[in-house]
Design a protein around this ligand. Structure first.
Ligand code: ADE
Length: 225
């Protein structure tokens, strides 16, 4: 999968994709993330990509021309399945959306800053608007990093059996069960007997039961009938 990201702050995205699972996904050639500095398409030699908003009011707006030129430049070599704009007023990102996006080949992500991007770019180019939650970040970069991480780890071959995404919280509308490792007794708190029993079927039943209890307790809203 190829993911292109247009941003005014590419440095913010250096680290999230240079470590751990995202690094491995790229080394294995399963994921290609490319960050493009919007200032390469600035309207003048000062690197301008934003301007005051019509109608007045505080906060700058990201201009049409740089974004339009950047998008069309990238479109010359790539056909995008989705052109995504990260914005707090978008659809809330959830596991199911991560699953769907992980089945695409090419994604283009636009990171907003300041007051956001000119509405005409949203009308003309954007096919999907995504929020990572009901709070406002200072830019779309961290949100884009969350999106790419959640999608990237689902690509076939990225995770090994041990970290398999099938058992993640939210995959069945259930939270994952509690997990334990050594020692058996930590400050008087013991690992549940069943996990030491060596009965795979009973352990599986216990885990399902715990998942259900945990979901009922912590997130009854995600339980489907
Ligand atoms: N940009 C600023 N806040 C955001 C959010 N909550 N989700 C996605 N993009 C954003």
């Amino acid at each position: 999968m190829q993911i292109d990201i247009i941003t005014v702050a590419p440095e913010l995205l250096d680290s999230p994709f240079s470590h751990s699972i995202m690094k491995r996904a790229q080394e294995k050639g399963l994921l290609h993330v490319r960050c493009h500095n919007l200032r390469n398409w600035a309207i003048n030699k000062h690197g301008q990509v934003d301007d005051y908003q019509y109608g007045g009011g505080a906060g700058m707006v990201m201009m049409c021309e740089p974004l339009s030129n950047a998008i069309e430049h990238l479109q010359q070599t790539t056909i995008y399945d989705e052109i995504i704009y990260m914005t707090p007023d978008g659809e809330t990102f959830q596991q199911q959306m991560a699953n769907q996006l992980s089945m695409q080949n090419n994604l283009l992500i636009i990171c907003g800053h300041y007051k956001g991007i000119d509405q005409r770019i949203r009308d003309l180019y954007i096919t999907k608007e995504i929020s990572i939650g009901d709070y406002v970040l200072s830019g779309g970069e961290l949100a884009a990093a969350v999106l790419v991480d959640a999608i990237g780890r689902l690509l076939p071959g990225v995770l090994n059996d041990e970290t398999s995404a099938l058992f993640d919280s939210f995959q069945d509308n259930l939270l994952a069960p509690p997990v334990y490792t050594r020692p058996v007794d930590f400050k008087g708190h013991k690992v549940p007997e069943i996990l030491l029993s060596g009965h795979p079927v009973k352990i599986e039943d216990w885990r399902s039961d715990q998942s259900m209890k945990r979901t009922q307790e912590k997130r009854p809203d995600i339980l489907k009938d």
